[in-house]
Design a protein around this ligand. Structure first.
Ligand code: COA
Length: 440
């Protein structure tokens, strides 16, 4: 494993702090359902407009807009700029889009943080968005070549000629796969592999999924997400607001989960639609400022960034183990240990991935062999983990989840009046991202 020099720059050495002034998200809903008619641009604009209204910030104060997404539409490839232009941010404010699989919003967030720490910006609007309902579908390469050749034709005959060779297969759509280019395995197959190699039983996976739903349902009942979520109105009549994460199941039981058929290895598998994060649509936005600027403008921040780190593992090994590598780096930079963390938000792509990472954190063998450390990173107290449920219940719009877990964690730190929190995600490509936040 290698780390880039940028990863080992310590944010904790700087006496400047980045404040998270405010944040919001849409509800996360199962793809193909309630947000079916909304594009990523629609979802992104909805959340940014509301954030600008609620904070009453003068948009002229914003120096930069950065958004993450995984499946951009070819019509809005710089989605951040379109969101910015469509939300009332001044046209003179630069905006760019980043992608880093499920850590795309995290990447947008930390790009914003480093822009402020470097003195390049004072206020950055960051976020992430995904509409899997509106995923881009391409024509096959052969058909695209015909279209290209046809566009060069000077007359109707030359324009028609490339299509004379066309076969039925040429017009088959080219659909994006949730699979690793380097291994050909889907995320789900990688989660199966991790369950097998780390001996995570089907029962343990289902119990973890049940926990996610129970905690999220409890949080919904107690209206805990009200502070982070906006009402979202949908076409055609824009009358009934959506104000709930739609995948959360309050009446789930272990028997129902245990009866679901494996989704990826039909014969011997243990990973099911019940113990995986559902494909979802949603958006999230956060306003970052230097601590000084936030104070000068009279904001009371939700919290501050203490440190962050990224790591990457070989996708041919255990693909979704990134958090076990990036977290000790972030803790070192913060000058803190795992037991100092009052709360943890761990992205739940699959139960098997969360449970594998939690075991790795506690393993001395893992620390010695994979991290070249003498001691385990630490035992995780499950009472501190995903206290309002996680992506398995809440949903997982790829590009938005990184922002959602930061926002959820900040609110949980506020609610419980505790100080330190860890937000960590695995992502395709073998990536891991960890951010340490502090309330005060
Ligand atoms: C797992 C996955 C393949 C399931 O997709 P799907 O088959 O379209 O999922 P569905 O929501 O239709 O669920 C299938 C069935 O399971 C049921 N089900 C799903 N979740 C359930 C739950 N928590 N409890 C009970 N039943 C559940 C559904 O009701 C449905 O039942 P039906 O077939 O009788 O209607 C898909 O969600 C997926 O690919 N997730 C992982 C995404 C991913 O790779 N993320 C990247 C992470 S890094």
């Amino acid at each position: 494993m290698t780390f880039s020099p940028a990863d080992i720059v310590s944010q904790s050495n700087s006496n400047k702090r980045v404040a998270i002034v405010y944040g919001l998200r849409t509800p996360f809903v199962k793809s193909g359902t309630l947000f079916r008619e909304l594009s990523s641009l629609d979802l992104g604009k909805t959340v940014v407009v509301e954030l600008l209204n609620r904070t009453e910030i003068d948009p002229e104060e914003i120096d930069k807009v950065i958004f993450g997404t995984v499946l951009p539409s070819i019509k809005t490839s710089n989605l951040a700029r379109e969101i910015s232009l469509g939300s009332g941010v001044p046209v003179s404010v630069p905006a760019f889009t980043v992608t880093s699989a499920c850590a795309s919003a995290t990447q947008a967030f930390t790009n914003g943080v480093s822009s402020i720490l470097s003195g390049d910006s004072e206020a950055v609007l960051v976020g992430g968005v995904e509409s899997i309902s509106d995923f881009p579908v391409l024509f096959s390469k052969s058909f695209r070549t015909m279209l290209f050749d046809s566009s060069k034709g000077k007359n109707i005959f030359q324009k028609a000629k490339p299509f004379l060779k066309m076969g039925v297969g040429d017009i088959a759509p080219d659909v994006p796969a949730i699979a690793e280019r380097s291994t050909g395995l889907t995320m789900g197959e990688s989660a199966e592999k991790m369950a097998r190699q780390n001996q995570i039983s089907r029962r343990d996976q289902d119990e973890f999924a049940l926990r996610s739903h129970s905690l999220a349902a409890k949080a919904q009942n107690e209206e805990i997400f009200r502070r982070e979520m906006i009402k979202t109105f949908v076409p055609p009549d824009f009358e009934q607001p959506i104000f709930m994460d739609s995948s959360v199941k309050s009446d789930l039981d272990i028997e129902t989960l245990s009866q679901l058929k494996p989704a990826f290895d039909r014969e011997y598998g243990t990973v099911t639609s019940g113990n995986s994060a559902p494909l979802s649509d949603g958006a999230c936005a956060l306003l970052l400022m230097s601590e000084e600027r936030a104070k000068a403008l009279g904001f009371k921040p939700l919290g501050y960034v203490r440190s962050y780190a990224y790591a990457a593992v070989n996708p041919k090994d255990q693909l979704l183990m990134g958090p076990a590598y990036s977290t000790p780096l972030a803790l070192d930079k913060a000058g803190l240990s795992l037991k100092d963390m009052d709360l943890l938000e761990i992205h739940e792509a699959f139960s098997s991935q969360v449970l594998s990472n939690i075991r790795a954190f506690a393993s001395k063998k893992f620390a010695e062999e994979k991290l070249s450390r003498t001691n385990a990173v630490g035992e995780i107290d499950m009472d501190k983990v995903n206290v309002t449920g996680g992506s398995i219940a809440i949903g997982h719009p790829f590009g938005a989840t990184g922002g959602r877990i930061i926002l959820t964690l900040l609110h949980a730190l506020q609610r419980r009046q505790v100080n330190f929190g860890l937000a960590t995600l695995c992502a395709a490509g073998g990536l891991g991202a960890s951010i340490i936040l502090e309330r005060e």
